[in-house]
Design a protein around this ligand. Structure first.
Ligand code: 5CA
Ligand code: ZN
Length: 407
């Protein structure tokens, strides 16, 4: 489906170093080793409600990945899905008396506007599940052909017993897996399953629910296989980074990886990146809890999207953090400080700032350290230090291109 408009990227002198990120599976910070084109998949929204700051924080993180790789000279094949058919979407449509497709289209449109306003580089492929039903059912068929799947009343399940590497990403024990599976869309108690952890690949048509024809009969895809099928189709096996928020480590990414391994014999991705949860009032910001700060609402209130972005960049992507009323005033102050420094006729040499921002982002996307480097330069510039007339423009370009903050 249509992506969104791309921010202008200002060229910078030189090139950045290789991106290192913490890989969830190994727990280690590892150097990514993409070829000329780096491949990355980020799990997209389920469009039954507007995007909140937690979603935005996750896509900001993947945007930094994209920018660091580009700065290091790679092209980036960035794939993101949107879960435009799933139980929560159908439930919200039913509860509010709207057509599920209208609801999805409306919220995806708002999401696109939010992402463009936040200067998030659009995915190379932005892919809906509805448009991908054939390729998803094809993957389910391939899994069934390996003998790793079985049927219960027309529903197709993946048999966890056929996945010897299961657990490789989340490294959880069985009790933890069972609990999270039950909490996050799984059906551990469904009778007839060989193992409570077996998961749905294809759901046979239910009365009153949308369904598509497939070699597995009429029905619709399970959740995890939508992402493994779309990623395998657009990125192939063994791409560079797979990820999303850390609420997806288990079961979503564990089960998706098992599906890919079942048909390819190898890992779906070399690295697994997971973003900390943004909270509000002591709880994870979540659509089901309703404790949300919407990006679109802040925009309607006239908040500069560059300030929203700057507020989020003040937090390391792996940390859990709380959105509070102090965030926007602090980010506004920082934006004004930087703007004033960029408007000067001269300042201290900005090449060290470019180097510091590059180094901080390349080392596990350390945006707080990157911001501190710009702060230090701006304070010195505003105190009258430095006579380099090219420095303000270079500092502004650094902030624009690497941090995506347009001031
Ligand atoms: N459609 C699925 C993924 S295939 C889904 O999880 N959709 S979502 O709308 O619930 O979330 C979209 C993305 O935002 C996911 O990567 C999710 O992990 C992330 N996310 C959700 N809530 C938060 C939060 N509070 N903080 C940070 N990231 C979040
Ligand atoms: Zn996903």
């Amino acid at each position: 489906m249509r992506s969104w408009s791309a921010p202008e990227i200002v060229p910078l002198p030189g090139t950045g170093g290789p991106l290192r990120i913490r890989d969830t599976a190994t727990g280690r910070i590892r150097t990514t080793t993409p070829g000329p084109t780096a491949g990355v998949y980020a799990c997209g929204i389920t469009p039954y409600d507007a995007a909140h700051l937690g979603h935005a924080f996750t896509y900001l993180t993947f945007d930094l990945v994209n920018r660091v790789w580009r700065d290091a000279g790679h092209d980036v094949n960035y794939v993101q899905n949107t879960t435009d058919i799933d139980d929560p979407l159908l439930e919200r449509a039913e509860a509010t008396g709207v057509d599920w497709q209208d609801l999805a289209h409306r919220e995806i449109d708002v999401f696109r506007e939010d992402m463009a306003a936040l200067s998030i580089i659009p995915p190379t492929s932005y892919v809906g599940v509805v448009e991908s039903v054939d390729l998803i059912s094809e993957l389910a068929v391939r899994i069934r052909e390996t003998g790793a799947a079985y049927e219960i009343d027309g529903d197709l399940y993946f048999s966890v017993a056929k996945a010897p590497e299961f657990g490789e990403i989340g490294n959880l024990d069985r009790a933890e897996m069972l609990e999270l599976f039950g909490q996050r869309g799984g059906d551990p108690r469904r009778s007839g399953k060989k193992d409570p952890l077996d998961w749905l690949l294809w759901k046979a048509e239910r009365p009153g629910e949308p369904a598509w024809d497939s070699p597995l009969g009429r029905g619709r895809p399970g959740w995890h296989i939508e992402c493994s099928a779309i990623a395998l189709d657009r990125l192939g096996p063994g791409f560079d980074i797979n990820g999303g928020g850390n609420d997806l480590i288990f079961p979503h990414h564990e089960m998706g990886a098992a599906e890919t391994r079942c048909v390819t014999g190898g890992p779906n991705a070399h690295n697994h990146l997971h973003v900390g949860m943004v909270g509000l009032n002591g709880e994870k910001m979540s659509k089901s809890l309703g404790n949300l700060v919407f990006v679109s609402k802040l925009r309607r209130q006239g908040v500069d999207p560059a300030v929203i972005r700057l507020a989020m960049l003040g937090h390391h992507y792996r940390d859990a953090w709380e959105w509070t009323d102090a965030e926007l005033p602090a980010a506004t102050e920082r934006a004004e400080h930087w703007r004033a420094a960029f408007a000067l006729g001269a300042g201290p040499d900005a090449a060290p700032v470019l180097a510091a921002v590059r180094a901080a982002l390349a080392e596990d996307l350390d945006s707080p350290t990157a911001l501190a480097a710009v702060d230090t330069w701006a304070t010195a510039a505003l105190s009258g230090a430095g006579t380099d007339t090219g420095a303000p423009a270079l500092a502004r370009a650094t902030v624009d291109t690497l941090l995506g903050v347009k001031l």
